[in-house]
Design a protein around this ligand. Structure first.
Ligand SMILES: Nc1ncnc2c1ncn2[C@@H]1O[C@H](COP(=O)(O)OP(=O)(O)OP(=O)(O)O)[C@@H](O)[C@H]1O
Ligand code: NI
Length: 420
């Protein structure tokens, strides 16, 4: 069964600037299944936020544009509603392969399989092609966003209760009294003590962590299938961060909602992700099940990120170097310039294709996993390999322990707990 809720295919998001075209997201693929948590992780500027904001097209266009790619949102109810509201936008296909998606006409964005009277067996909405009216239906309804700074997401002038009531009434035709009751339930649901009493308080009467809980309550108002959270805990202190992560896990379990979580912190990834997408300079370097990626990080960049985690190994690593130019991206692998294993093939052509690792779902964009290469060469400690490379000009393949499964478990999750 295809349980994908969101399928991103060859997404390109660019910005026109006076310095040239910024290739912020440069051809990425990944999907989010129903009810799971996918984390996008990567350094500052790698394209995480632009990816997440492309999904509901809340990026400013212009200067932004999505010249290529498709974002398939596969919620049956939404497909039905949009097919009714925009009958001429329906694109019938027998089989929903990516090729069909790409072949869709520009104004045909509701893709259905088998249209039998009102019955739509399966289908998806291509967010990239959807017009503003259809996007309004999806945004804040089927897909809700939670941003980093709770301060700016709340209006200081209105009570928090009223702001949640407004979010509820935006998506549902309910009376003020019913909406008020639901708002209080939501505040209670996200762990605001004495929710009924806090309803009439203004945002400034809430702490940062409590404000973020209010934002999450607003996001839940429309009962979304997908919650996109962009660094939602970064502005909060560590204990509050942990509480918000716990809250998100709990809500997800109860509401069976998928979460796309953006972070630069692999500790957070270990805490909440089912699957992880590692981005670098607008490309996906690696993706897969969080346990596979933590236990057998395949890409040298992922290894480097893991070695940067405090408490892993005895050295604190700084990767060194900086992201390549986003206006004039280099040939080959975007990470080649900082990679101790880079060879000629790494600096030619496009970013390497995503190769399978060990027959699992894990995929890695690295030439060493292609034909004619020995992948064990890059399965070594990043810091050790770099030291080897700088000491004698060659890459050393020994030394540097990969993170163990015990360490991954110590970070809070275990495959055997069956908590997914
Ligand atoms: N409106 C814009 N105009 C021009 N360039 C932009 C715009 N928005 C983003 N970019 C560029 O796109 C690239 C990706 O930015 P993005 O915000 O997605 O990174 P990020 O991975 O979310 O980083 P961070 O961890 O700092 O939030 C960066 O080079 C950024 O400068
Ligand atoms: Ni960001």
């Amino acid at each position: 069964m295809d349980d994908r809720l969101l399928a991103i295919q060859d997404l390109h998001t660019q910005f026109r600037t006076s310095d040239g075209v910024v290739h912020a997201v440069d051809g990425i693929d990944f999907d989010v299944r129903r009810g799971e948590t996918v984390c996008i992780v990567g350094e500052s500027g790698s394209g995480k936020t632009v990816t997440s904001e492309s999904i509901t097209k809340i990026i400013q266009m212009p200067p932004g544009a999505i010249p290529e790619g498709a974002i398939a949102f596969r919620d049956l109810e939404t497909v039905r509603e949009l097919a009714d509201a925009f009958p001429t936008a329906v694109f019938d296909v027998a089989d929903d392969s990516p090729a069909d998606l790409a072949a869709g006409d520009d104004d045909q964005f509701v893709v259905v399989e088998e249209r039998d009277g009102d019955e739509i067996a399966r289908g998806y909405v291509d967010v990239v092609r959807a017009p503003p009216a259809a996007l309004r239906h999806i945004r804040g309804g089927d897909i809700a966003h939670v941003f980093q700074n709770p301060q700016s997401a709340l209006d200081p002038v209105y009570t928090v209760g009223w702001q949640i009531v407004e979010a509820i009434q935006l998506h549902e035709d309910v009376s003020k009294t019913d909406a008020r009751d639901r708002a209080i339930d939501l505040l209670d649901r996200v762990g605001i003590p004495d929710a009924a009493d806090r309803f009439d308080d203004h945002p400034h009467e809430f702490s940062g962590g409590m404000k973020q809980r209010v934002i999450i309550a607003m996001a839940l108002a429309s009962d979304p299938d997908l919650l996109i959270a962009d660094e939602p805990t970064t502005a909060l202190d560590v204990t509050i961060q942990a509480q918000i992560l716990d809250l998100l896990k709990e809500i997800q379990r109860d509401l069976d909602m998928a979460i796309l979580f953006i972070t630069h912190d692999l500790g957070v990834v270990a805490e909440i992700a089912d699957r992880v997408v590692v981005m670098y300079a607008g490309k996906v370097m690696e993706r897969g099940d969080v346990f596979d990626v933590f236990e057998t990080p395949a890409h040298p960049y992922t290894r480097a990120l893991l070695e940067c985690l405090p408490g892993r190994g005895d050295r604190m690593l700084s990767i060194g170097g900086s992201l390549p130019s986003v206006t004039d991206p280099p040939e080959g692998c975007r990470f080649a310039d900082r990679c101790p294993h880079a060879v000629d093939d790494c600096v030619a052509g496009d970013q390497p294709p995503l190769h399978a690792v060990d027959g699992s779902d894990q995929r890695v964009s690295c030439v060493y996993y292609g034909e004619g290469y020995d992948e064990t060469t890059v399965q070594t400690g990043f810091a050790a390999a770099r030291e080897g490379a700088t000491a004698d000009g060659t890459t050393r393949v020994d030394g540097g322990d990969p993170p163990t499964s015990a360490e991954t478990r110590a970070n809070g999750r275990s495959r055997s707990e069956g908590d997914r």
